[in-house]
Structures are given as C-alpha cells and as structure tokens.
Ligand binder design. Structure first.
Ligand code: HPA
Ligand code: ZN
Length: 336
C-alpha cells in the first residue's frame, strides 16, 4: 500500500494497539531462538501464510500461540521497542498501549517481568525517539472474573505505570456485565476505563448499552455497531464517549473495513479515531489504516486531520501534550 505524504506526515495518536499484537514473525523467530523454543512453522513466510483469519476467534488462536516466545523482561522490551520505533517512524506522537498480563501469568511469566520490560522500552523511546506512551491493562474476558480481580490487585504496586484498564479477548458469551465489580474497583483505584465491544458480535447492542450505562466507560474499543441504536449514538455524542476503530482489523474479523460507519458516526458528532489493533497479524500499522480510510472512504485531508484530532480529544494524554499535538496537526494540514 502506497502511503501518501500527508498521511505519513500527519501527527498521530494511537489508542487501540495490543502490544502483543505487534509481534512480527521475524522477532518471533529471534525470540524463539534466544529462548530455545521450537516453533511449528519453519519460515517467516510460512507464519504469515498461516494468518488467514475469518473471525475474532480464529485470530485469537494465532495471537495467543505467538505469545509463547515472550518469556523474559528483555523479550517484552524488544517487542515494545520494535513497535515504538515503527510508530515513531509513522509520526505517532503518543500511544496508549494495551497489554494482556493474564496471557503471560497464565503460562508462568510474572506480571513484574512483563511490566518491567514494557516500561523500560517506554522510557527509552520517549528519550530517544520523542514518542510518549502510557499502558492500559486489559483483562481477558473469556477467563473468570475472579482471575481479573486477582490481576487488578496484583497490578496495584505498579499503579503509577498503568493509566487505565480495558477488556479484550473472546466477546461471545462474555458480556461486559461479567466484569462490573472488577471495573468498579479499578475506578476506585484511580484507573481510567475502556472496554472492547467488537464488531458484529452476538448481542452487540446490549453489550454496548452495558458499557455505557452500567460500567460507565470513558471510551469504547471498536463499538461501531452502536449505529444500530440511534438513542445510544446520541448518548455517545452528548457525553463525548469516543470509539477506537480499526479498519484493517475489521476486514479480517468481519466483512469489511466499516469505514462508512466511521464517517456516519463522525457526521453524528461521535468522536471516532483510527487505530491498528494487532498490526503484525493484520498487516498494517496506523499509517496503513489511515491510508485505507483515505482510499476507500474517499475523504479529504481535512477529514483525516479531524480523525487524528478526535484521537487527541478522547486520549488520556496530559493537557499540554494534547495542545502541542493539536497545534502540529493544524500546521501540517495548513501546509497541504
Ligand atoms: N478484540 C478482542 N480481543 C483482542 C483484540 C481485539 O481487537 N486484539 C487482541 N485481543
Ligand atoms: Zn483490540
């Protein structure tokens, strides 16, 4: 995909990025070798060829399988450093990265190992690449709520390093309501709240209603099915609850990019932004996602800049950083 100069230069904010979903096959092989792990595939091409997902569940199988090579703090450092370097090269100024501690603690890798590796990369990337970042800890919704609560408690000594909590993994049969108590406690502890409401899932509207009315999240990840319920769309617009949409990811787990839903939601006053989700698996980082919006949505540069501003607005970045990125977006737009 050819990335336009404008899309590349546009200052960007990424709010829906699973750090474990940035594990490229090349790094997977390097870490497998370092940790003496035998992979089922023998070449990078074979690994890429095995990525032929047609729904969320088939993607998640590869996603969790891939993580097995992540064992030491250095592995998590290398993973995050590779992502932050790539993001900085695409003019991402600020990123809120999801991480899935339970996907590691459930196979014997400690919380402390995971977060120390990620944290070191964050500090180094800020200093050397000028990219700022924060962490959002996601609970796996297909595990019991008790395990999520135990993970929340385990995270408390590292609270200063974690900005918010989210909910991901297999949504079918795992409604937001299952985690009401966990999220209430997370709020009490000072964490900001977001949750996945994946695209075209069974009971999607009821799940979206729960996250808005019962859990009272600040943002929703994906969530574009809200258009099926105009009253809920109005609530999002009125309360400024934003959506983090992931066009390339949508093409893999559903029947299209859903870009037409993004433009419709924006026209109704909902703050939607563009993100990459699991770029190593879906084959596109944030610039490729913006380019798909430009090509398929037939939108102009001003609209792309609006999408980037939406991300700034609904982000949890410090106010001075938000102001600086907005000014930079305006400057790049005025040059084009
Ligand atoms: N949805 C649910 N779980 C996930 C995702 C997603 O987009 N990415 C990684 N885990
Ligand atoms: Zn996601």
């Amino acid at each position: 995909m050819e990335i336009s100069t404008f899309v590349n230069d546009l200052p960007k904010v990424e709010l829906h990025l699973h750090i474990e979903g940035t594990l490229e096959p090349e790094l997977k092989f390097a870490l497998a070798e370092r940790n003496s792990i035998q992979l089922t595939h023998s070449t990078v091409e074979e690994v890429r060829a095995s990525y032929n997902f047609n729904d969320l569940a088939s993607f998640l199988t590869s996603y969790y399988d891939g993580m097995n090579v992540l064992r030491t703090a250095e592995d998590f450092y290398d993973l995050a450093m590779a992502y932050l370097t790539k993001a900085a090269s695409q003019n991402v100024r600020y990123v809120e990265m999801f991480f899935d501690p339970q996907a590691h603690t459930c196979r014997g890798v400690s919380f402390d190992t995971v977060i120390h590796g990620l944290r070191r990369a964050q500090l180094e990337a800020e200093k050397n690449l000028g990219i700022r970042s924060n962490l959002i800890m996601c609970f796996l919704r297909d595990f019991q709520a008790e395990y999520a609560m135990a993970t929340l408690l385990e995270s408390l000594p590292y609270k200063a390093w974690i900005l918010g909590v989210g909910l991901d993994s297999d949504e079918t049969g795992n409604a937001p309501a299952k985690f009401t108590e966990v999220f209430a406690r997370a709020r009490q502890e000072g964490y900001l709240l977001t949750m996945h409401c994946d695209v075209d899932i069974k009971d999607s509207i009821e799940h979206i209603r729960q996250v808005i009315e019962d859990i009272q999240v600040a943002r929703i990840d994906h969530g574009t099915n809200v258009l099926e319920n105009p009253a809920l769309v109005e609530v999002l617009a009125d309360k400024g609850i934003g959506l983090t949409s992931c066009p390339i990811s949508n093409t893999w787990v559903s029947d299209g990019s859903k870009i037409e839903l993004v433009t419709e939601l924006v026209s109704k006053g909902v703050k939607v932004c563009i993100n990459s989700d699991d770029p190593a698996y879906f084959g596109g980082y944030i610039a490729e996602n913006f380019q798909l919006v430009a090509d398929e949505g037939k939108v102009d540069n001003a609209f792309l800049a609006q999408l980037s501003r939406n991300a700034v607005d609904i982000s949890w970045a410090p106010l001075d950083l938000k102001a600086a990125i907005r000014a930079e977006i305006d400057e790049v737009l005025s040059r084009n």
